[in-house]
Design a protein around this ligand. Structure first.
Ligand SMILES: *Cc1c(COP(=O)(O)O)cnc(C)c1O
Length: 382
């Protein structure tokens, strides 16, 4: 090993790469489908939580999910364009969205208030809607004060043949902590919302409140369907269940240098080497989704050993303290993986950056090459 070795070894030509393990997604889906009292909706918003919306959708449908959920209608179109014909629900759309096309393409839409209801009802076609009640987050969904009038208006639109109310949905704000009293309030408010809808003459077949955490921990929230996203890709916000992470991020060391003790590293000289060591340069930074906030805490795995990331994580690169022996350029660094071989996990990165795993997996940048492993056998889905 010289101070500035240049010969590549290991995996010549390797680039930063994100491997997606669809077998893991399949296993997680089967576990969740098994736990859910009702149907399982695979939520594949945000490009399937960064794992590829189509791949996650197909894998989930082949392993027990019966429906798909997304936020925007644009996400719904791409699933339909790809030939997926299963029931598909979209929520969080602006009032002036293209609800006529939603009806024409059989995309069900969430309705969180009277303005949305009017827009959906006025659009051509007879859209299938899920009325969305705010179960206590003051976020998406109808305010309880307006719920009864929303239900009555929806019933009138239904009688006029403008819409079909096929569902009522809510979302829990604290389901990651089963003991939080906010859960009981949310369940109670949802039960009240269902009663109110019924009293207005609505007969929603799909009644859904639980996401991943409540699907895993709280059968009282299950009703007729669970909407799960995080759990499909191995994230359990309730920390109750062992799910399988599906992402592995690797990159080559592009340069190695030997430095003296006291060498400042990176912007602001935020780190100085404590002893003579080797520094490895890895071409991944915050533009690729590695949070700058993890600087000074993060580790990566090199040749089976965890090594500290030193200095500030930059936009395109980070520096690893490789220790006294160093490695040759071209050596593969595992930034995170399932953790089975001692490598850091997405959960580790989330902890180092004071965030949640969701933010890490949805944030991996577009210049990282993606490779999907183990495309499952697909049954006919149309
Ligand atoms: C994202 C989302 C889900 C999925 O939640 P997970 O905790 O990721 O399973 C369910 N419902 C709604 C309304 C969502 O926005």
């Amino acid at each position: 090993m010289t101070g500035l070795a240049v010969a590549a070894r290991n995996d010549p030509g390797a680039r930063p790469r994100l491997d997606i393990d669809l077998e893991a997604v399949g296993r997680n889906t089967r576990l969740l489908a098994d736990r859910a009292a009702g149907e399982l909706m695979a939520v594949v918003k945000a490009d399937g939580f960064g794992h590829g919306a189509l791949d996650v959708a197909r894998t989930a449908l082949a392993n027990g999910a019966t429906r798909l959920g997304v936020t925007s209608l644009e996400e719904a179109w791409s699933l339909r364009d790809a030939g997926l014909g299963v029931p598909l629900l979209s929520w969080l759309n602006p009032v002036d969205s293209d609800y006529a096309t939603a009806a024409a393409r059989d995309v069900e839409v969430a309705v969180p208030g009277l303005q949305h209801l009017a827009a959906v009802a006025e659009a051509s076609g007879r859209a299938r809607v899920h009325l969305h009640v705010d179960a206590g987050m003051a976020r998406d969904g109808a305010d309880p004060a307006s719920w009864a009038s929303l239900c009555r208006a929806a019933r009138r639109a239904e009688l006029r043949g403008e819409i079909d109310v096929v569902g009522v949905m809510g979302h829990l704000g604290c389901a990651d902590d089963l003991d939080d009293e906010c859960n009981a309030l949310g369940r109670t408010r949802f039960a009240w919302a269902l009663e109110t809808a019924r009293a207005c003459g609505l007969r929603p077949r799909d009644r859904h409140l639980a996401a991943t955490a409540a699907t895993l921990t709280d059968p009282r929230a299950h009703h007729t369907m669970s909407r799960v996203g995080a759990g499909l890709v191995g994230i359990d916000p309730s920390r109750s269940t062992r799910l399988q992470p599906a992402m592995t991020l690797t990159a080559p060391v592009v340069q190695v240098r030997r430095v003296r003790a006291g060498t400042p590293v990176g912007y602001g000289h935020a780190h100085r080497t404590a002893a003579a060591t080797h520094l490895g340069l890895v071409p991944l930074g915050y533009a690729d989704g590695l949070p700058r906030l993890a600087s000074g805490r993060a580790e990566v795995q090199v040749r089976g050993v965890r090594r500290p990331v030193v200095g500030r994580i930059s936009m395109d690169q980070l520096v690893v303290d490789l220790g006294s022996r160093g490695v040759d350029p071209g050596e593969t660094v595992t930034v995170f993986g399932p953790g089975a071989a001692g490598e850091p996990t997405v959960a580790d990165w989330a902890a180092w950056a004071d965030t949640i795993e969701h933010e890490i997996v949805t944030g991996i940048g577009s210049r990282v090459e993606r490779r999907t492993l183990a495309v499952p056998h697909l049954r006919s889905l149309s």
